[in-house]
Design a protein around this ligand. Structure first.
Ligand SMILES: Nc1ncnc2c1ncn2[C@@H]1O[C@H](COP(=O)(O)OP(=O)(O)OP(=O)(O)O)[C@@H](O)[C@H]1O
Ligand SMILES: [Mg+2]
Length: 285
């Protein structure tokens, strides 16, 4: 069994629990340093076991990188955190995942609640073919979180979200333009912006820069950096330079197992495991 061992987290934000008022009570115990706690997680696609005895603690308010060779289970693990894997037929999971001290497999947690609290950004930007303005408010409208707001207040929400992703100056005069007319980098920023009105606790990113050119990568990395402290970010990347630059801690996976979880500096300068060293030196695929 692999278990991550990580120093305590100094950051303490105070996000809402996954369950909202009016929902049944959540688990009493709290741990204000951890965002995601995974215990004995196994996942099978049919007969194929893609995750094996995964145990990890992901700290709140930092950027954690998930690295490892193609097919090692990075995306599968990420998709466990918002239960997207359940959309696929023949998926079986055992073990527990707690996010902010609430077991996400509990019967009183709906996937709708979960996906509000845990935002996801994909490899290719996927804005909806509606206006930039409506994209930013789409999640908020879906979850009816901003129903009571006046038009002016909604405008403020849109502006703040676009400012946070450094897109406001570029798009403020064309908010009614279709989002799909933006460059890929701008679209990816918009996909991050549309999570912000929902104030998610965790933002999952699956290779968010893989469709971008060098300038786009730099811009989006800067944006990810700006999310630190306010959000817990888990980012999958194949780009080792990016993992070094953009993350605080890294988790190295191999064939469905966690091999090593440490601070990014330790992982790249002093890897504990030989397999980690081989991977970061480019000796795995
Ligand atoms: N829906 C699915 N059905 C069956 N097998 C799957 C499914 N999704 C992934 N797998 C298999 O599970 C394993 C882990 O896949 P996963 O996509 O999580 O890897 P990954 O580390 O994200 O790889 P990459 O770096 O190429 O994105 C692979 O062997 C893959 O073929
Ligand atoms: Mg993947």
């Amino acid at each position: 069994m692999s278990t991550s061992t990580i120093a305590p987290n100094p950051s303490t934000s105070n996000p809402e629990p996954i369950l909202q008022s009016g929902d049944p009570p959540s688990m009493p115990e709290t741990n204000d340093k951890l965002s995601i706690r995974v215990r004995d997680l196994n996942l099978w696609y049919g007969d194929f076991q893609a995750l094996k005895d995964v145990n990890i603690d992901i700290r709140k308010g930092i950027i954690t990188g998930l690295i490892g060779p193609s097919g090692c289970g990075k995306t599968t693990l990420l998709r466990c955190f918002n239960r997207i894997n359940e959309r696929y037929e023949g998926v079986k999971t055992t073990g527990d995942i707690e996010i902010l001290d609430k077991n996400i497999y509990d019967s009183d947690v709906t996937s709708r609640q979960l996906r509000r609290r845990i935002g996801m950004v994909f490899q290719r930007p996927n804005p909806l073919p509606i206006s930039i303005y409506d994209n930013v408010l789409f999640g908020a409208n879906l979850h009816k979180t901003h129903k009571q707001l006046t038009r002016r207040e909604r405008n403020d929400v849109v502006q703040q979200a676009l400012e946070q992703v450094a897109l406001w100056d570029t798009v403020k005069d064309k908010l009614k333009t279709r989002a799909t007319t933006l460059t890929l980098e701008q679209q990816q920023k918009l996909c991050i912006a549309r999570l912000i009105p929902l104030k998610p606790d965790v933002i999952l990113m699956d290779e968010p820069c893989s469709a971008l050119d060098a300038e786009g990568i730099e811009q989006v990395e800067g944006l990810i950096e700006s999310l630190r402290d306010d959000y817990t970010v888990v980012i999958v990347t194949h780009n080792m330079a990016q993992a070094r630059r953009a993350t605080d801690e890294c988790i190295f996976m191999l064939m469905g197992k966690i091999i090593e979880h440490s601070s990014t500096a330790d992982m790249f300068l002093n890897p504990r495991e030989e397999q980690t060293e081989m991977y970061i030196q480019g000796r795995y695929g």
